[in-house]
Design a protein around this ligand. Structure first.
Ligand SMILES: [Zn+2]
Length: 392
């Protein structure tokens, strides 16, 4: 499947640009037309880290006219093993500024736009809407799903890559022409299941292998040449030195790009990916009960108030006997606290224990010292106590 160019060509190239890009211009598939399209292109790179480093440097060298950089972090010594856009003298500096300086050193003709903030639900749509294409160099699942959903909702293509130790993957997700990230990975892995590069390590040069595939695909999309990596997943094994590509089909049941999407606006990605905040993990220590424990308390008629902090549609699918529903937001807004009993122990639960841990932190700081939450949530309860009930 070949696709039309993503970007209209710029009116002309200057004499300086013709000199600089001569090795592109003499490739028939790129030529003046392709180079003019690159000049007119606006590409956003999410992250100036492992993947963002080679991606930004090669896109700058290639003559992509405008490069946006989303990055809020500062350069740390441990970044330099792979994040080659930064150097020794950049330690402690803003990564965005350091990356901009390197881009300008490679190619002063590139316009650089810095977004020195963490990508979130409040800024992603506005930032993305200013660009033709997004290159995703993020290293966590919450941001990946955020990037995917925003790109699908805005109808924008993006080039995705991921790296871990000696293994890399890359693809182009563009819901109008093929699958999205959720078609490939509908659910985030449970927290703690997939270690991050900070925990598990990454071979520095792997970033270049995958980052350069991302730039390769970005250039093809912008100029409308070749076979884009839409509907295919590239899998690279650096130890075996093997590249293989597997077909990825668009999932008609995909939550965001399928026929009846359930995700029609941005959602809570931290909670979707089971990211537990520091306050919530601290509150849960010593205050987490098992399904068996809860069953005993119910059977013994203990003075407890079981509160389900999920949403009403989830409560309707399956619930724990005797639990009443007060959605998490009611606690975060402070509305629910005054109605809580003082003479009963409060037992919170949600689907898997992430949201209930967050609410637990709110209750603890409001003085409900003996409140607890159910580890594993209603899913754990069904698995251990009421296996005949549905899970979702
Ligand atoms: Zn999809």
């Amino acid at each position: 499947m070949s696709l039309p160019p993503l970007v209209e060509p710029a009116a002309e190239l200057t004499v300086e640009e013709v000199r600089r890009y001569s090795r592109h211009l003499i490739i028939p598939d790129v030529g003046m037309d392709g180079q003019k399209r690159l000049k007119n292109a606006k590409v956003l790179c999410v992250g100036a880290g492992g993947l963002g480093s080679p991606a930004l440097m090669y896109m700058a060298a290639a003559g992509v006219g405008t490069l946006g950089i989303v990055e809020f972090d500062t350069v740390d010594e441990s970044n330099l093993q792979r994040q080659i856009i930064h150097g020794q003298s950049d330690i402690g500096r803003s990564k965005a500024e350091s990356a901009r300086d390197s881009v300008k050193e490679i190619n002063p003709l590139v316009e650089v736009v810095l977004h020195e903030e963490r990508l979130d639900n409040d800024n992603v749509m506005e930032i993305f809407s200013g660009y033709d294409l997004i290159v995703d160099g993020t290293d966590n699942f919450a941001t990946r799903y955020l990037v995917n959903d925003a790109a699908v909702l805005l109808g924008k293509p993006y080039v995705w890559g991921s790296i871990y130790r000696f293994d890399g993957q890359a693809s182009v997700f563009w819901a109008e022409h093929g699958p999205c990230y959720r078609c490939l990975y509908p659910e985030a892995p449970p927290p703690g299941m997939v270690p991050s590069c900070a925990e598990g390590g990454v071979l520095g040069v792997l970033c270049a292998s995958i980052g350069s595939i991302q730039v390769n695909e970005a250039i093809k999309l912008l100029a409308g040449i070749g076979e884009p990596l839409v509907g295919r997943l590239m899998i690279y094994d650096a130890l075996e030195m093997q590249y293989r590509s597997v077909k990825v089909r668009k999932d008609p049941n995909c939550a965001v790009c399928g026929e009846n999407p359930t995700v029609t606006e941005l959602i809570d990605y931290e909670s979707f990916c089971g990211v537990v905040s520091e306050e919530a993990s601290a509150a849960a220590v010593g205050s987490t009960i098992t399904s068996k424990q809860l069953k005993e308390w119910i059977d013994n008629g203990e003075a407890i108030d079981i509160i389900d902090v999920r949403e009403v549609n989830e409560y309707e699918i399956v619930s724990i006997p005797g639990a009443r529903l007060i959605p998490k937001n009611e606690f975060l807004m402070g509305n629910a606290l005054q109605d809580l009993p003082q003479d009963k122990r409060i037992v919170l639960h949600c689907k898997t224990g992430v949201r209930s841990a967050e609410v637990l932190a709110v209750l603890k700081s409001a003085g409900f010292a003996d409140a607890v939450h159910l580890g594993g949530g209603v899913i754990g309860w069904v698995n251990q106590i009421e296996p005949e009930k549905p899970v979702y």
